[in-house]
Design a protein around this ligand. Structure first.
Ligand SMILES: [Zn+2]
Ligand SMILES: [Zn+2]
Length: 443
């Protein structure tokens, strides 16, 4: 086991070299009174550091569980069929010790065994605070039942980017990789999950209950959802003032209760075709090396300029200064935009506010989700935002990106800035002065 991950980055004025110092720093900074004296940026660093320590602690927990499971590993032949298997018994032992349910304990023991078996690098990343437990789980779930060599390759590829991705983003990336590297296993896993299909009921804290059809074949689930949505839109178009969400829920409840529906709705349900998601072409013209070169140049420029900003400017003024530096980078690269903004049709900019369908599709392929760093909203459900607002901003691949409704509004919120210094490469600047680079999708 390695040391606790550092509480603060090395650039921090506080030198953190070991567990004792980290504890002192946690006490000093974690104390409520002291927190009020920190800058926004320092507060976020303290939160991130505490989170890294949580990951480290969770890695310890899993390693200890795995060691116990290993010791209990041998089934006692004398017990035979009368007792639980060694594995079942250790699950009970862990559940009682940690005060978690049998299911939760079984999941923990399984995860612990995977992370000390084929996924030791994932355990290392958790221990170092590079990833959190949700991401470690995503890697474990996503590589379940895949051949050993594929597990290794998927793990390496996932960890490469995982520290900058949410667990949902890691899950999607692993799914794509697994589908490419072991399509038969993925298909078998899907069939096995479908064999476990079920109707589930949960009580909710609000005193309501949730009802869910789980592990259906996706085509069935989408067809049902699309039919009910189409009927709900019809009901709303006829003047119903309930929200679309409520109408959907009410229609589904009536149907499942066996209550008769008005003829018009019956007809809608019978007709409504599943809305097919438009096929998206495989790849936009790969700009390959030029792409890497420009990203490298940009990152270098950003480091230099932002480095200066951080050296020179007091923390409280950083946000504006960082935004200013990014804007300067934006301007400098902007001069080159005419040379590197080239599409299939060799154009730069389209007349009019609305992007033509082909350009829209191109942008949706370039970013399959909203371009906020942690957002998973599919781009076909997003607005196509002009990064620099329309006029002087133009309708072009170098100035368009998908943003979901709430991140569209975030962009317009005080203190937030979004730049697109190169087509498909976006830089967010936050009120605390942090900046996040979002690159075009690539495997
Ligand atoms: Zn352009
Ligand atoms: Zn979003």
């Amino acid at each position: 086991m390695s040391e606790l991950p550092a509480l603060l980055p090395s650039s921090s004025p506080i030198i953190v070299s070991g567990i004792w110092e980290v504890r002192v720093a946690v006490c000093e900074f974690g104390e409520r009174g002291r927190l009020s004296g920190l800058t926004d940026s320092e507060l976020l660093q303290v939160a991130a550091a505490a989170r890294r320590q949580t990951s480290w602690a969770q890695a310890r927990e899993l390693a200890a569980i795995a060691e116990l499971a290993r010791r209990r590993g041998e089934d006692d032949p004398a017990v035979g069929y009368r007792g639980l298997s060694a594995h079942e018994a250790v699950v009970e032992e862990v559940g009682a010790a940690l005060t978690v349910t049998g299911n939760a304990a079984a999941t923990l023991v399984h995860l612990a065994e995977r992370l000390t078996g084929p996924l030791t690098e994932t355990l290392g990343a958790l221990e170092a605070g590079h990833i959190d437990l949700a991401t470690a789980r995503a890697i474990s779930d996503g590589t379940e039942n895949l051949p050993d060599d594929v597990v290794g390759r998927v793990q390496v590829a996932a960890l490469e980017k995982a520290s900058g991705q949410t667990s949902g983003q890691v899950r999607r990336r692993i799914k794509r990789l697994a589908e490419r590297l072991a399509p038969q296993c993925v298909e078998e896993r899907r069939r096995e999950a479908i064999r476990q299909r079920r109707l589930e009921l949960w009580e909710s804290p609000a005193g309501t209950a949730d009802l869910g059809l789980c592990d259906l074949p996706p085509e069935d689930a989408h067809a049902i959802y699309n039919k009910i949505s189409a009927a709900a839109r019809g009901v709303r178009a006829d003047g119903d003032t309930r929200s679309l969400q409520c109408i959907r829920a009410d229609l589904a409840t009536q149907l499942l209760n066996g209550h008769p529906l008005p003829d018009a709705i019956q007809a809608l349900l019978a007709q409504a075709p599943p809305t097919a998601v438009a096929a998206i072409p495989d790849a936009v013209g790969e700009q390959g090396e030029e792409h890497d070169e420009v990203i490298g140049e940009l990152a270098g420029m950003a480091d230099r300029q932002l480095g200066q900003v951080c050296d020179r400017v007091p923390a409280r003024a950083r946000s504006a200064a960082v935004a200013h530096a990014v804007a300067r980078i934006d301007l400098r690269l902007g001069a080159r935009r005419d040379t590197f903004c080239r599409g299939g049709d060799d154009t730069h900019g389209h007349p009019g506010y609305r992007a033509p369908a082909a350009l829209r599709r191109e942008i949706q392929v370039r970013h399959s989700t909203c371009v906020f760093p942690t957002c998973n909203q599919p781009s076909h459900r997003c607005d196509l935002d002009h990064t620099t607002p329309w006029r002087p901003g133009i309708t072009c691949r170098c100035n368009l990106a998908p943003l979901c409704r709430s991140h569209h509004r975030l962009k317009q919120t005080r203190g937030w800035k979004l730049h697109q210094p190169w087509p498909g490469l976006l830089i967010w600047v936050t009120p605390a002065g942090a900046w996040y680079i979002v690159r075009p999708d690539r495997q």
